[in-house]
Design a protein around this ligand. Structure first.
Ligand SMILES: C[S@@+](CC[C@H](N)C(=O)[O-])C[C@H]1O[C@@H](n2cnc3c(N)ncnc32)[C@H](O)[C@@H]1O
Length: 213
């Protein structure tokens, strides 16, 4: 993991909750949460990049056990304050401390785009997932924005983040699926979550893939 990435999220932690939905479009994370609520029996689960814990409680309700992780101690401090019953650990999605085939489900919500090496993040997920386990990815997708909406999005992101993390690379659905194929995952669900009421909102890919290794 790059130091710049860790520092970026440390600096962002106290402001993150106040701007993230404004940057993406206010209904996008709630719509991802709705979709996540349809999941059942997620077994032993690891959450990567949990941040301040927006998806964590829902994941905990759907799983037998949960460990929520992030590279940023500062983001985790806020999550811990909110969700005292959850186990949190500092961890890089590209270099995870767990043994092979430990988990039934891995979840990444708005994280893959910030990994220095997204392919490595998927390989590491495959390693720690049991064979037949699931990886759920929810990642923003800006490819549906009209040119003017794209400009507005970039302006909002720059205004709120002040600078964009050097590791960020927003991926479209085809790019994510190609990487999953290469890693040995089979895609079971692929949806594009959109907010029809707001043409300035980014979309999100919701992808569930089964570990075939
Ligand atoms: C956009 S936030 C998403 C937070 C939360 N999942 C949410 O949806 O609100 C991205 C999170 O990914 C974390 N992150 C960035 N790079 C990471 C990496 N290599 N490994 C683990 N977490 C990472 C950041 O610290 C940050 O908390």
């Amino acid at each position: 993991m790059s130091d710049a990435n860790v520092k970026f999220w440390a600096a962002m932690s106290s402001r993150y909750d106040s701007f993230i939905d404004e940057v993406l479009g206010k209904n996008i994370r709630p719509k991802i949460l709705e979709k996540l609520n349809e999941e059942e029996n997620l077994g032993r689960l690891i959450e990567f990049g949990c941040g301040t814990g927006y998806f964590t409680k829902t994941l905990a309700n759907k799983s037998e056990s949960i460990i929520s992780t992030d590279i940023s101690e500062e983001m985790l401090e806020i999550a811990k304050e909110r969700l005292k019953e959850i186990e949190f650990q500092v961890m890089d999605v590209q270099n995870c401390k767990f043994d092979d085939e430990t988990f039934d489900t891995a979840f990444m919500g708005l994280v893959l785009l910030f990994a220095d090496d997204p392919q490595k993040a998927l390989e590491e997920s495959s390693r720690i997932l049991k064979s037949g386990g699931s990886l759920i990815i929810a990642d923003p997708d800006i490819s549906f924005l009209a040119p003017y909406a794209m400009l507005r999005f970039r302006f909002r992101a720059l205004l709120k983040y002040r600078r964009i993390p050097s590791t960020s690379h927003v991926l479209n659905q085809k790019e994510i699926i190609n990487m999953l194929d290469k890693t040995g995952f089979e895609v079971a669900i692929k949806e594009i979550i959109q907010d029809e009421s707001n043409s300035n909102s980014v979309s999100a890919n919701y992808i569930k893939a089964i570990n075939k290794k």
